[in-house]
Design a protein around this ligand. Structure first.
Ligand code: PMP
Length: 285
């Protein structure tokens, strides 16, 4: 990703893609002091752009690394990056991190928080699973308690077990892994929330130990608008046997059907297709 043409917004300036570098003594590299957003731009407009910028601010507050740019400044930076790279349909990645500075220990309050905005064309996150249904492994790692780490933040430290679990899943021929949380309840995938269908009603985990995804919130509202009952509740893994359909939601993943989790099979059914298509329409509306 590093060696290509293009522009990246870094600390208030537009720099060449190849020159957007950080020092090896960046605090974030050693201690995961980094928060980020993943967003999609459709036909020139970033879906829920402001909500993403607001979440970045909240993640920064939760992780004790206040973002040194206002939400309006982040919004302007994102648009500037899309314009500079001539992109109208793109994935947008905003990242803020503790840089190299006065401290090189765990404490970092004297290391400035830096920010960068990048964007590139990115197709379907799960490839053709978007049509056939993704196959998920059940991760051996558990999503941590909110008393262990602020689970509502979109912060780099929360992703180490995601990377490990995704590697294990891919080695087994799966597209992704589904986590249980520290209590043993069904939680989320490595970068997406999860929904199930049974008898025409929808069930999804309560976001008390997972990221309450913006796509998740959008899809719940969409279901309610269609008159479909949504149960936000704790879901036991044994219940996977009773569910007929399943899908994932995320800014990158959009609405992706799931065909299999471990040994449990799901059909890519009418409601899954309907929600996936309705979401694709909504983001371009
Ligand atoms: N859970 C995790 C762990 C994620 O990384 C993401 C992607 N940001 C989501 C859920 C979905 O969040 P959103 O719909 O806001 O992209």
């Amino acid at each position: 990703y590093g060696d290509r043409d293009g522009k990246i917004w870094m600390d208030g300036e537009m720099v060449e893609w190849r020159d957007a570098k950080v020092h090896v003594l960046s605090h974030a590299l050693h201690y995961a002091s980094s928060v980020f957003e993943g967003e999609r731009c459709y036909d020139g407009k970033i879906f829920l752009s402001r909500k993403h910028s607001e979440r970045l601010h909240k993640s920064g507050e939760m992780m004790d690394m206040p973002i040194p740019y206002s939400v309006d400044e982040i919004e302007a930076a994102k648009q500037a990056v899309l314009d500079a790279n001539n992109l109208t349909n793109a994935y947008v990645r905003v990242i803020a991190w503790r840089g190299a500075g006065e401290d090189m220990g765990v404490a970092s309050s004297r290391n400035p928080v830096r920010m960068a905005v990048t964007a590139w064309e990115w197709g379907s996150y799960y490839g053709d699973a978007k049509y056939k249904g993704a196959k998920l492994d059940i991760a051996k790692w558990k999503r941590p308690s909110p008393e262990t780490i602020p689970t509502a933040a979109k912060a780099a430290g929360l992703y180490m077990i995601c990377t490990m679990s995704k590697h294990t899943a891919e080695a087994k021929g799966c597209s992704d892994a589904m986590f249980l949380d520290y209590r043993g309840y069904v939680a989320e995938a490595t970068g997406a929330n999860i929904f199930f269908v049974k008898d025409g009603e929808v069930h999804t985990p309560i976001p008390d130990a997972i990221l309450n995804g913006l796509t998740r919130q959008t899809v719940i509202q969409m279901l309610k608008d269609k008159g479909i009952t949504v149960h936000e509740r704790h879901i036991m893994p044994e219940e996977l046997a009773d569910f007929e359909q399943c899908w994932l939601t995320g800014s990158a993943a959009e609405v992706t059907p799931v065909g299999q989790i471990g040994d449990y099979m799901f059909e890519v059914g009418a409601l899954t297709r309907d929600i996936s298509e309705s979401y694709d329409k909504l983001v371009r509306a």
